[in-house]
Design a protein around this ligand. Structure first.
Ligand SMILES: [Zn+2]
Length: 160
C-alpha cells in the first residue's frame, strides 16, 4: 500500500520521531540528524565555527525555532523554514526571507521566490557582522515568514 495522507488538519506539523525535525508532511524527506554545524565548517578557517555557533544562538533567541544542519547549509524553522546559513571558507552567508525587499549594502545576494519569500543574504566574517541590524532582520523574518503570519490574517479580514 502506498503512503496515504492522514486525516490530520492540513496545518498540523509532523515531528520526525528520529531527529525531532518539524515537517509540514509526514515522512517528508529530510537529512534526519546526519549533519552537524561542525561538519558544515570542516575546513573553514579557525574561528568561523565559533562565529557560526554565535549566529545559531542568535537564531534561537528569535522564538521557538529549530536549527537543522543539512549537507551544504543550515536551515532555521519556526512553523516553516525562514532562514539559515551557507558556509563559506572565511565565514558564512546568513540567509533570511522577508515579505519585502531590504535595500542595504550589507545584502550581498537576493533571490526572489515570490512576494511571500524574498531571500536575503548577508556575509558574516567577524563578530561585528552579528549586530543588532542583522538580528532585527532575522526577527522580522521569523515574525512574518517563519510563523506564517499571513495564514493568521486571511485576506479581507480586518485586524484590529
Ligand atoms: Zn528525522
Amino acid at each position: 500500500m502506498k503512503h496515504r495522507a492522514l486525516s490530520a488538519p492540513a496545518s498540523a506539523l509532523w515531528i520526525c520521531p528520529t531527529c525531532g525535525a518539524r515537517l509540514i508532511a509526514r515522512n517528508l524527506w529530510h537529512s534526519c540528524g546526519r549533519f552537524t554545524l561542525a561538519s558544515l565548517f570542516r575546513g573553514a578557517r579557525p574561528g568561523v565555527l565559533k562565529l557560526a555557533r554565535e549566529y545559531v544562538r542568535m537564531l534561537h533567541s528569535l522564538g521557538n525555532v529549530q536549527v537543522l544542519p543539512q549537507k551544504t547549509r543550515l536551515v532555521c524553522v519556526a512553523r516553516v523554514r525562514f532562514g539559515g546559513l551557507s558556509p563559506r571558507k572565511t565565514g558564512f552567508l546568513a540567509a533570511f526571507a522577508l515579505r519585502r525587499w531590504i535595500d542595504s549594502p550589507r545584502i550581498v545576494k537576493k533571490v526572489d521566490y515570490g512576494p511571500r519569500w524574498r531571500a536575503h543574504f548577508v556575509a558574516v566574517q567577524s563578530q561585528d557582522d552579528l549586530d543588532d541590524e542583522l538580528r532585527a532582520w532575522l526577527q522580522e523574518s521569523h515574525d512574518t515568514v517563519g510563523v506564517q503570519d499571513d495564514l493568521r490574517r486571511p485576506v479581507g479580514r480586518t485586524v484590529p
